[in-house]
Design a protein around this ligand. Structure first.
Ligand code: B12
Ligand code: SF4
Ligand code: SF4
Length: 367
């Protein structure tokens, strides 16, 4: 199977059993009890199935974990200081990895099934499986203090997929923790999303706020989000184990001109149609135009560049309250008080949405 995995572009493969991973289950329960999942209610609904692959598929005997490198060719941290760009997390710059990985897992699984006569099912990301603890048990790497899987060979840059099978295969040994005294990932987080090493509060994580979170991004995080418009790589990028990671080979996971941290000037003028066209086939498109534009406007506000005033003001007419609210917040950062006050006279009284009205009040009274 290792040979097949390599043929289909996977960099690593490990095998483990499908029993409950006790520590991980306990930590998952604590994570949910403390509300650290935020609005990701599906995590609560599927919690008991996540404890063990057997809860998902009682007949399965082995979990085959596969990893594919998406290591970027440059250090993503270089771009977070370029305030005229919108930074997109490396995993999202290529084609939608769910599709890329799932298609290939299916091919490998089918070949294995026809050779061995065992049943197989394939999973990437969205199924109620704890992929990281399974990958640790399968010997692929360890969960670093940033909670993601780190590999000695590929650093923080592996995406994971899983094949479950009824075959009882020889298991790999679990990987040991190689973080030592390092805590670079904890220190770099712009929003203090780590309450302790190995623990993440998703509600504070930029990946959650810019991708998963459907509401108005709380004001306390907007400045710290900087120019990160889709996900965040900071804690991954700072990890010293990345120095052993060569740039990814897989062409489909590489950035395209459209996704490689575009200029904010291009993004802010994008229509909904333009958004769909530009990001077609990527995971960015799943977030939808309005959430994406909400993020772009936060980056525009943080750019402090007055050249964006006209294009930002245009979004005061947007039909999404989220977008209008973030246009107000951005303009608060771009305009002088008198200019903002003048502008508010044309919009405040016709605004129907209470949240957006409050955003005007905040913008004018707390600068
Ligand atoms: C929900 C989710 C998110 C959430 C929550 C992330 C999280 N850390 O839980 C959000 C939206 C924030 C997110 C962000 C990202 N995600 Co995500 N996400 C998932 C998903 C769907 C489930 C993860 C989960 O079960 N979380 C629940 C927590 C409790 O589990 P855990 O992180 O494993 O927690 C462990 C540790 O924290 C530890 N722990 C917890 N408490 C305690 C207490 C003590 C005392 C100790 C010692 C340990 C400990 O034990 C827990 C269990 O092992 C998985 C796919 C999957 N099905 O597994 C992808 C997945 C984890 N995500 C992935 C990626 C790439 C990302 C991002 C890098 C994307 C980006 N660049 O923007 C960021 C990384 C942010 C970060 N530092 O984690 C990849 C990670 C690959 C890898 N190499 O690890 C996965 C595996 C998807 C995939 N198929 O490749 N993600
Ligand atoms: S992805 Fe960014 S915001 Fe989230 S924990 Fe890592 S550094 Fe913090
Ligand atoms: S940055 Fe340091 S602490 Fe964080 S995962 Fe990497 S080695 Fe571990």
């Amino acid at each position: 199977m290792k040979k097949d995995a390599a043929i289909y572009g996977f960099d690593v493969l490990g095998i483990t059993n499908t029993e409950v991973i006790h520590d991980s289950s306990k930590h998952l329960v604590d994570f949910l009890r403390l509300g650290r999942h935020g609005d990701m209610e599906w995590m609560v609904e599927t919690a008991s199935r996540r404890f063990s692959a057997k809860h998902l598929w009682p007949e399965c005997q082995s979990a085959i974990l596969l990893g594919i490198s998406y290591a970027p060719p440059h250090n993503p941290l270089q771009r977070v200081s370029q305030s005229q760009k919108g930074v997109i997390a490396s995993y999202a710059k290529g084609r939608d990895y769910h599709r890329v990985i799932k298609g290939r897992l299916k091919q490998i699984a089918e070949r294995f099934s026809s050779r061995s006569g065992n049943d197989v099912k394939v999973f990437v990301d969205t199924a109620p499986l704890m992929e990281k603890p399974l990958a640790v048990a399968a010997g692929i790497g360890w969960q670093g203090k940033h909670t993601n899987l780190v590999s000695r060979e590929f650093g923080s840059w592996l995406l994971l997929g899983c094949i479950l099978t009824t075959a009882n295969l020889h298991h790999s040994n679990p990987h040991n923790d190689c973080c030592g005294n390092c805590k670079k990932c904890l220190d770099i987080c712009p929003t203090n999303a780590f309450p302790a090493p190995y623990q993440l509060d998703a509600r504070r994580c930029i990946a959650y706020l810019t991708i998963e979170y459907k509401g108005h991004i709380p004001i306390e995080f907007r400045e710290d989000i900087g120019n990160r418009i889709f996900g965040c790589d900071d804690c991954l990028a700072v990890c010293p184990w990345n120095k052993f990671a060569a740039a990814a080979q897989e062409a489909k996971l590489k950035a395209s001109l459209d996704t490689d941290d575009p200029e904010l000037a291009e993004l802010v003028d994008m229509t909904e149609f333009g958004f769909r066209k530009r990001f077609s086939g990527t995971t960015i498109r799943r977030t939808g135009y309005h959430r994406f534009m909400r993020n772009v406007l936060i980056a525009i506000g943080n750019s402090k560049n007055r050249a964006f005033v006209k294009s930002t003001s245009y979004h005061l007419h947007n039909n999404s309250p989220q977008v209008r609210a973030m246009a107000i917040w951005a303009l608060r950062n771009l305009l002088e008080y008198n200019e903002l006050n003048q502008l508010s006279k044309s919009y405040f009284f016709i605004e129907k949405d209470q949240y957006v009205r409050n955003e005007w009040i905040l913008a004018l009274n707390f600068r």
